[in-house]
Design a protein around this ligand. Structure first.
Ligand code: P6P
Length: 336
């Protein structure tokens, strides 16, 4: 049987898409094209002069890496060429990007994206990722998009996904009908179906958090980490801390093996570090669609949070349902 490519799966499922005019299909295919181009550049970054810092600082106050800018440009042009996206909110751009050509202005969708998340890891050859979230616009097609088109809760998402540039390049997406994964076969330039409907374990032994911030964590998080390091009588071993400082990589490992990723409030980031629109929401959507859970640690479902700013940050507790519940139990018990 011929292996299913991303395009084949998207088209086969098109009938299951709401508003199945093929728009969303086309958008996902264009995102996949940009992913292949960025993957090629990342995989030869050590050879060509594209590593290192671009002597620029983005809206987050973070040093922009040359590949950050390259990836941002590739995804913007690929999404724009789909002709159905009217605007983009990117981690790399202060404000929304209004696509105001005739075709785009009539587009029914907007995209929120982190074009290259974890990019500070590029120079040390640690996996990085692209994260995207697709909404139907709420303003009238034919007009310029407004910020309200982007400030929608994650429960309104039409689709979301990520590309993981790791030992292999993988693409995961969901339209609310389960989380599906593909692996790039660079020899034919196709994303090949890997898992039609992913399910994440209900429980696990892996916790992912930047332990270096321990002293500034809320009391409940500290107590949960102490609990996680105690030997589990059933298995006679404690949990394992796995953290490589690249959200997509840390999340993807836990999605497959079972685990929890936590980025809570810290002194430096009192609302957590990760951005709601283009990191937490898409990751939460993928997690829930694979049977996992994603909250802000205080019982609020990430996908129900009403955004107020395109670069808004929220605390993120995401992964195996029982582990998220356990961490929240400690937050309730040890409220600061
Ligand atoms: P810290 C990368 O910069 C990122 O946005 C995520 O990919 C990652 O999970 C997090 O920040 C790491 O942050 O504070 O632990 O270095």
């Amino acid at each position: 049987m011929v292996a299913n490519t991303l395009d084949e799966v998207i088209i086969q499922r098109q009938s299951a898409f709401p508003y199945a005019k093929g728009d969303l299909s086309r958008m996902l295919m264009h995102i996949a094209i940009a992913a292949k181009i960025v993957s090629r550049e990342i995989n030869k970054a050590g050879i060509i002069d594209i590593l290192g810092e671009a002597n620029n600082v983005n809206v987050q106050g973070e040093e922009q890496q040359k590949l950050d800018i390259y990836a941002n440009n590739q995804f913007i042009s690929a999404i724009k060429s789909s002709g159905i996206c009217a605007g983009i909110a990117s981690e790399e751009d202060d404000d929304i990007i209004i696509l105001d050509d005739e075709l785009s202005r009539n587009g029914h969708y907007v995209v929120c994206m982190d074009p290259l998340d974890g990019s500070s890891n590029i120079d040390v050859n640690v996996s990085v990722g692209t994260i995207f979230a697709i909404y139907r616009r709420v303003t009238e097609p034919g007009t310029k998009v407004q910020r309200e088109d982007f400030l929608q809760p994650g429960n309104k998402l039409a689709a979301a996904g990520y590309v993981l540039y790791g030992s292999s390049t993988m693409l995961l997406y969901t339209t609310g009908l389960g989380t599906t994964s593909f692996t790039l076969d660079p020899s034919i330039g196709e994303f090949i179906l890997t898992d039609e409907r992913m399910t994440t374990p209900d429980d696990g032994k892996i916790y992912s958090i930047n332990q270096g911030n321990f002293h500034s964590f809320p009391r409940g998080v500290k107590e949960y980490l102490i609990y996680s390091q105690e030997t589990d009588k059933a298995t006679n071993r404690p949990h394992s801390l796995r953290y490589i400082g690249s959200l997509v990589s840390d999340f993807h490992r836990n999605l497959l093996k079972g685990g929890i990723f936590i980025y809570p409030e810290t002194e430096k980031n009192p609302n957590g570090k990760l951005r709601l629109l283009y990191e937490c929401n898409p990751i939460a959507f993928l997690a829930e669609q694979a049977g996992g859970k994603a909250t802000d640690g205080q019982g609020n479902r990430i996908l129900d949070i009403q955004p107020t700013d395109i670069h808004q940050r929220v605390p993120l507790y995401v992964g195996s349902k029982k582990m998220v519940d356990k961490a929240e139990e400690f937050n309730r018990k040890f409220k600061d």
